[in-house]
Design a protein around this ligand. Structure first.
Ligand code: FA5
Ligand code: MG
Length: 479
């Protein structure tokens, strides 16, 4: 079921990824649009004043005891990405509909957890690692095929979990700070629903107590990180809500139960953003099996994986994930100055001089080691251009029980051709013909550039290419 939408690679035996030739097989599915954007190291976290860079720096400052690990290449073994973390063979994340495979044994990392076993096995016990990750996924304002995660993990000796030990002391300190915080963090998670404590912990009473304390330490640590990142933003939003006519909504944060093959219990944190819950991270108590794979014994701890774009979207009020890749100075310049935009406004009204246009105002009050309270101001929204495509799905072969077509395959074709010109894609109609049993789907594509106006003629040409490729590669029958 190879859906290799890369015609150059299809006629060859190998594919070149980051200057290295790799044999291809029936799993190979890396399109040119992704391959051409691979970097040995992720670029955005290193770009000074880029919102991802500002956010990373703040997290590093907020967690000073954590050692910062350099990101390895995004090309990883399937074993490191899934196997060593305990993903079962039939886990949906492993499917080529969800993951970019170079071949059956090599893929692009789908998360930074890929490097957990290796980092622990090198002896690191408290660390942060930021990298670009890659997923075949839906197309909308909060999903992008390349995004950035920061993995964080820490393990302590079992003895440190004992009564009077450092873990409990740290929990109490962190919880004290949370008590006085303005942000209310909802947490009604049922531990059993979150996977409970793994059997290895349950059997040994000492380990069970340690695992319970690790969970408490994890929650206090991440809630403190949430405070460090969002409390100023929250205070500003509350203040502007008090001022008449503002629509800013004070921050809402909640914990929910989750499931990962390498942590138990497992959780996710969501933040209310523009009327919807937005998932910003996954985390949990590290399973003993993961640590054993890293040859770490007599230690226990927790790990998390942050979705950096999602957090930056909430923090800076960035409405669309595509903007992180924009080269438009109207985007980048808004983050370039150490002055916050609120200060800027004040400056303008006092002096009558506008500091817009990227010119930075010398700043004496704000220390450069503080996260600037910037609210992104959308410079302009160009009109959307909606195009529908309706087709009959290829009929399922009687020998296979896999669906004839996965939605991610459709999204990939659209992304490969239209790139950042697609804002979102929605399935608007889906039905089975009562007589022929054939399945029909209709997708509505919203073509809109972040930076310029699209001419109807240009969109028509792109849409025609998308349609042709759906026919050629996915064997659909247009209606
Ligand atoms: C993971 O990737 C786990 N590795 C996280 C983890 C680490 C759990 C350590 C336990 C211990 P998840 O698939 O939920 O989990 O992704 C983590 C975050 O990445 C999400 O919460 C979300 O903020 C972000 N994310 C996921 N998919 C996308 C996407 N297509 N575009 C942008 N951000 C995304
Ligand atoms: Mg998730």
């Amino acid at each position: 079921h190879r859906n290799l939408s890369n015609s150059t690679a299809r006629s060859q035996q190998s594919i070149k990824v980051l200057d290295k030739e790799h044999a291809i097989d029936d799993y190979t599915n890396i399109p040119t649009s992704i391959n051409s954007r691979l970097q040995p190291e992720p670029r955005l976290p290193q770009t000074v004043s880029h919102p991802i860079n500002l956010l990373c720096n703040q997290i590093h400052r907020s967690m000073p005891e954590f050692e910062v690990i350099k990101p390895p290449s995004p090309v990883v073994t399937v074993e490191d990405n899934f196997g060593s973390l305990g993903f079962p063979e039939d886990h949906p994340g492993r499917s080529p509909t969800d993951t970019y495979y170079i071949n059956r044994s090599t893929c692009l990392r789908t998360h930074t957890s890929t490097h957990e076993v290796d980092t622990f096995s090198k002896g690191h016990t408290k660390w942060l690692l930021t990298a670009d990750v890659f997923r075949r996924d839906e197309i909308d304002a909060s999903h992008y095929p390349i995004f950035h995660q920061m993995e964080g993990a820490c393990v302590y000796d079992l003895s440190e979990y004992e009564e009077g030990g450092r873990v409990k002391r740290e929990c109490e300190e962190m919880e004290q700070r949370l008590k006085t915080s303005q942000i209310e963090i909802e947490d009604n998670v049922d531990i059993q629903e979150a996977g409970g404590y793994q059997p290895a912990h349950e059997q040994d009473p000492k380990k069970k107590v340690a695992a319970q304390l690790a969970m408490r330490h994890l929650k206090a640590s991440l809630n403190n990180l949430v405070l460090d990142l969002f409390s100023e933003r929250h205070a500003a939003d509350v203040a502007s809500e008090v001022a008449a006519g503002s629509t800013a909504e004070p921050l809402r944060v909640r914990w929910i139960s989750a499931s990962f093959p390498f942590t138990s219990p497992s959780f996710e944190i969501e933040v209310m953003f523009r009327g919807k819950w937005l998932e910003i991270l996954g985390c949990g108590v590290v399973m003993e099996r993961t640590l054993e794979n890293a040859k770490v014994t007599n230690k226990l701890g927790w790990a998390f994986g942050l979705g950096l774009e999602r957090i930056a979207m909430v923090l800076f009020q960035i409405p669309d994930i595509r903007l992180f890749w924009s080269q438009d100075p109207r985007f980048l310049s808004q983050f370039a100055s150490p002055k916050s935009s609120n200060d800027k406004k004040e400056h303008e009204s006092k002096t009558g001089v506008s500091s817009a246009g990227g010119a930075s105002v010398p700043d004496k009050t704000t220390s450069p080691s503080k996260l600037p309270l910037i609210t992104f101001k959308p410079y302009s929204r160009y009109p959307p251009c909606y195009k529908d495509v309706s087709f009959w799905l290829p009929t399922k072969s009687s020998t296979s029980n896999t669906p004839a077509l996965h939605e991610n395959d459709v999204f990939e074709v659209i992304r490969d051709i239209a790139g950042d010109l697609t804002e979102d894609v929605v399935l608007i109609d889906d039905f089975v013909h009562p007589k022929t049993q054939k399945q029909s789907k209709c997708f509505r594509i919203n073509y809109r550039s972040m930076d310029r106006n699209l001419e109807n003629e240009e969109v028509n040409q792109i849409h025609a290419k998308v349609t042709q490729r759906l026919v050629d590669d996915l064997k659909v029958e247009l209606r």
